[in-house]
Design a protein around this ligand. Structure first.
Ligand SMILES: C[S@@+](CC[C@H](N)C(=O)[O-])C[C@H]1O[C@@H](n2cnc3c(N)ncnc32)[C@H](O)[C@@H]1O
Length: 235
């Protein structure tokens, strides 16, 4: 039996349903504004769930991954745009930009970060906000990944870390059935320290409004697993 890109996107949604503490954090931010840009929207669950709650604003989801967007396109009252963040060219059209589920970590080089943050900043109206989460480097979560193989139905999902260099973790995710590897995806994620992160935000013209170490808006501490940031553009 094959395992298609569409199957993989469906599996993502099954393993990462839009509910829980992160959804409880982001959803009120979305609900209190009109126009929302979801950068690295993947299969689009955040915006789709906001539509299902009755939100009527303009929603745009951007992602460079075609199979994820194909799945999102099942919902036609959201604009789905196949692009990288750095290639976005909106000017002052949104009240809020979001990057959920650590999508921000896909900006691996300084150049990616600078260009993407500049494009996000440009897309926001004066006083607009940018909310996102990124894993906290001190938690060294990648050390657990190779130990965390798991099964879902007849599939086994496993992770291998290939390298850790200058805060960039390169790893593979493999999906197997009956010991046969059906697909193997390689990716790199950047783990930024708080000071580095805030330096990039300031350079792009953002002011950090709130920065938290958990989804309940607690402080970043040695035990935090995430850095959750709400940054704003000057009014
Ligand atoms: C972990 S997924 C998160 C998806 C979604 N935000 C969620 O909460 O389920 C990270 C997403 O970031 C996207 N991505 C990778 N590089 C990107 C880039 N340069 N610009 C925008 N999105 C990117 C990936 O294609 C992927 O869909």
């Amino acid at each position: 039996m094959t395992f298609t890109d569409a199957d993989n996107a469906a599996l993502y949604d099954r393993l990462n349903p839009w509910k829980g503490a992160d959804a409880d954090f982001y959803d009120p931010l979305v609900d209190e504004v009109r126009d929302v840009l979801d950068v690295g929207c993947g299969t689009g669950q955040m915006l789709i769930s906001a539509r299902e709650r009755g939100h009527t604003g303009r929603f745009v989801g951007v992602d460079p991954d075609e199979p994820s967007l194909d799945r999102a396109r099942g919902r036609t009252d959201v604009e789905w745009v196949l692009a990288k963040a750095e290639d976005m060219s909106w000017e002052a059209e949104f009240d809020l930009a979001v990057m959920s589920s650590n999508a921000f970590q896909c900006f691996v080089t300084d150049d990616d970060l600078r260009k993407s943050l500049r494009a996000i900043r440009s897309a926001l109206r004066p006083g607009g906000r940018f909310a996102f989460d990124t894993r906290y480097p001190a938690a060294r979560e990648w050390e657990q990944w190779p130990l965390s193989d798991f099964e879902v139905d007849d599939l086994t999902i496993g992770y291998d870390v290939e390298s850790v260099q200058d805060g960039v973790v390169t790893f593979t995710e493999s999906t197997s059935r009956d010991g046969r590897v059906l697909r193997c995806d390689r990716a790199s994620l950047r783990f930024l320290e708080v000071e580095e992160l805030n330096g990039f935000l300031a350079e792009a013209g953002f002011v950090v409004e709130g920065q938290f170490g958990d989804w309940k808006r607690g402080p970043v501490t040695a035990l935090s697993r995430s850095i959750v940031t709400v940054a704003a553009t000057p009014s």
